[in-house]
Design a protein around this ligand. Sequence first.
Ligand code: C2O
Ligand code: CU
Ligand code: CU
Length: 498
Amino acid sequence: MAGPAIAQKHDMGGMDGHGNHAVPPTNANPVLPEGHPLKELPRLSNQSAAPGVFKVKLAAEPGTMRFAEGLDTPVLLYNGTNPVIEAREGDKVEISFKNGIPGEPTTIHWHGMPVPADQDGNPMDPVVSGGDRIYAFDLPEGSAAPYWFHPHPHGLTAEQVYRGLAGVFLVKPKDDPIPSEYGDTILMLTDLRIAADGTMPESTMADLMNGRVGDHVLVNGQKNPTMAVAVGEKRRLRLFNATNARFLRLKFENASMTVIGTDGGLIEAPVAVDELLLTPAERVELIVSFDKPGTAMLTTLEYERGWMGPGKPNEADMTLLTAHVSDAPASAIPPLPAKLRTIEALENPVVTRRFVLTESMGGMDHSNMSMQGMDHSNMSMSSDSMEMKFLINGASFDMHRIDVVSKVGQVELWEVVNEADMDHPFHVHGTQFQIIEHEKDGKVTRPAYRAWKDTVNIVAGETVRILLRQDLPGPRMYHCHILEHEQLGMMGTIDVRA
Ligand code: C2O
Ligand code: CU
Ligand code: CU
């Protein structure tokens, strides 16, 4: 299952970070250029002329990117890039997919989208290397939201994603309450680790434990790009955390942030915030008001997510994006509407399910064992001497096992309990859920607003209660979206029956 698969791939010299590369990645990090104007990710144009039909071809293939001057980085890309698919509520979507990755199966998973289970790129439905298939689904009314897509093959998801495979799937509503004057800017956040020769080093033991965190956080593939705005201007920014494992606690300096949407689309009314935490796979839609001339910056704050062992990456004080705010005032900017939409509360669950997240190291429960103070050279890198497992209800993912049987259309209360020492962002396929409450050390807190979510961070020691309903039958995955944890077992399958 996932453990052995990743071990085979990595324990032959890759675990210590040297791999086949002559130059160790640390100490000799290439410098990435900063301060160039933000580029838009390329939008794939519709190949169908029929109204209400959206057709594209997608191919996953090796390519190269130039992140640092003079260095080519081998990557994996969709159609040579990280594309944006933009369709509308009500559209019929047909995607002809080809797997051009040499020697590896893949799938495309439509993260957060209400697509049929057999079209959702489950690990049980791989597309072999050189193979192709069609993904077809309809976008229901009310499904407008900032979704994304990425591979989900058994045992290879983490690597295919950090190598570059990800794209944005924007579903637009028939009528958008957000003024078009605010624009609509996608900010896809990824992080990158490259060695001095431009290649991406293989993952280390620390990467497998904590999830792989890159050295550079990129926005649409660029380091600290810039945008130009006029004072008084408001911009709609859609942020996607497409990293494998980076927790982004964000704030905007010299500009104010208002949340208007989450994973599953608009919330009911705008909510002003000073900062926000965007964990792997989460999305947020913001209106940013540039009320002061000068420089406004999207920056990061420290966040403690329970890093194990040495090598905790620097998280605070990174500048992800810089806006140059001119003092020529913006022309008439319409106000943000006070009401964005109505979200009906999910109510009256007919079943309660409990999912307990734990970590185990070499047969020991991680909570009994301290990783602090272990240095890198002490850590045994072989998978036989140290078996890392990330479990849900004591079980490691098994593709051939159904963990939960459920029913189409029934509202369920899920209690997700984090008994591990790290935060785990918990994701459910095929639907959007509502967070009811967080409980930690006996203290219960409720979210400040009702929202549709498909991923929620479960802080170490915390229990989160969510309400959800699956409207389509078939097997669905639920898992930690630190992709290395998903790969090391923290995933299960719910079979939704008609
Ligand atoms: Cu982004 Cu299984 O999901
Ligand atoms: Cu998903
Ligand atoms: Cu996790």
